[in-house]
Design a binder for this molecule. Structure first.
Ligand code: IMP
Length: 377
């Protein structure tokens, strides 16, 4: 592609988006992977999207890390990721169908949590039930409900559970009983979920994933010990982080660089270099405040020129000028050593660009990113 990075002094690195996602991280990861041995996805799930090109064909990956296209790279889906087995099996089969050999270089953590059909139902139903301004505008991939069950513990299913048939069946039956009560009480659902049907479907999917399931934590730590180079790949962006983003208009994981150690199960001292990825303008998908948003022809121009439509949902992304207050906040949170600025070419036709350097609220000038979404709004 004509770009070259010399990462020889970088050590292990983390790549993270410093806006509301879709900064073009995948492209940078693709460029860097040939210099790394392991690429580790540490958070999020099938809500993410990355377009890859094989030959003339382009297609979207949601769960499989970008490094998969390089035969010498091991792509790891670590513990912090929530896995929708249906999506993952489809991606694996798509890659196989395109002649990509993944049998020896994909690893799925047995500790990762599983997105179940009722998570996707809960996600869609709770969004439909929310009124206008309360809608988060999720991707409906079941991400929030799955992470909620992980935190709640007693209703969670991890990848490793899928391979203990009796325990899985029993656990699922108990969970589904509770989910049926919940879905009827909250959303009036009259058709109960069928635990046996899910058991059959997920047992079949688990068999297809079996060759890839491993102790990913041990694999990554052994790799580090053996001198292999590791690239941690963030999903979404820092401003969508559950703790540090524009709560509640965020995703349900630690999408910032803060999440790499917990998500992958490595020491927080592991990474030497953090690369923040930004776009030369700003986009956001779904609800939530966006101070530099352009709800006009300029915004539409950026959307069209930058192909700003969601990889996962196809939704048009909201577009606006570069917000330096937000990026300063995110870069500080990440401790970014390097910045990659993407999509500058989208702005090449403009004679003048606007850049937000501070916010004004009433008569007050705000130079720091506010903690509360209503202040930002
Ligand atoms: P969820 O992650 O599906 O729960 O969605 C929560 C919020 O994060 C919504 O505003 C989504 O549009 C946003 N979101 C989730 N994944 C992505 C992504 O990969 N890019 C941009 N926004 C995302």
């Amino acid at each position: 592609m004509g770009y070259e990075f010399d990462t020889s002094s970088w050590g292990h690195a983390c790549i993270v988006g410093l806006q509301w996602g879709d900064e073009g991280k995948g492209k940078i990861v693709d460029l860097l992977t040939e210099q790394y041995d392991l690429v580790v996805r540490y958070s999020g799930g099938a809500n993410a999207g990355h377009t890859v090109r094989i030959g003339q064909e382009k297609f979207a990956l949601h769960l499989v890390p970008s490094g998969i296209l390089r035969p010498n790279v091991v792509a790891v889906i670590s513990t912090g990721v929530v896995i929708d087995p249906e999506v993952l099996v489809t991606e694996i089969n798509t890659l196989r169908g395109r002649g990509v050999h993944i049998e020896r270089n994909l690893c799925i953590s047995d500790r990762a949590h599983v997105v179940m059909p009722y998570h996707k139902m809960q996600d869609s139903l709770s969004e439909s039930a929310a009124s206008g301004a309360e809608k988060i505008g999720t991707t409906a991939r079941g991400i929030g409900p799955c992470y909620a069950d992980k935190m709640y513990r007693s209703m969670a299913i991890r990848v490793g559970d899928l391979y203990k048939p009796e325990i899985f069946r029993q656990k699922l039956s108990g969970i589904v009983q509770k989910k049926n009560i919940l879905l009827k009480a909250l959303y009036g659902c009259d058709t109960p979920i069928d635990a046996e049907a899910i058991y059959a479907q997920y047992s079949d999917l688990a068999e297809q994933l079996r060759p890839f399931v491993c102790d990913a934590t041990a694999l990554v730590n052994d790799g580090i010990e053996a001198g292999k180079r590791v690239l941690f790949e963030g999903a979404q962006g820092t401003l969508l982080d559950i703790d540090h983003g524009t709560f509640p208009f965020v995703t349900s994981s630690t999408a910032s660089a803060c999440g790499y150690a917990a998500g992958a199960g490595v020491s927080p001292r592991t990474v030497k270099t953090i690369l923040g990825v930004i776009k030369a303008y700003t986009t956001r998908v779904g609800g939530g405040p966006f101070p530099t948003e352009l709800a006009d022809a300029t915004g539409q121009y950026i959307r069209d020129k930058g192909h700003e439509y969601g990889t996962t949902t196809g939704r048009p992304r909201r577009c606006g000028w570069f917000d330096a207050v937000a990026v300063r906040y995110a870069a500080a949170l990440a401790g970014a050593d390097e910045l990659a600025i993407m999509l500058l070419d989208v702005l090449s036709e403009f004679d003048e660009l606007a850049i937000c350097t501070a916010y004004r609220r009433g008569g007050e000038r705000l130079e720091h990113f506010p903690a509360h979404a209503h202040v930002l709004a």
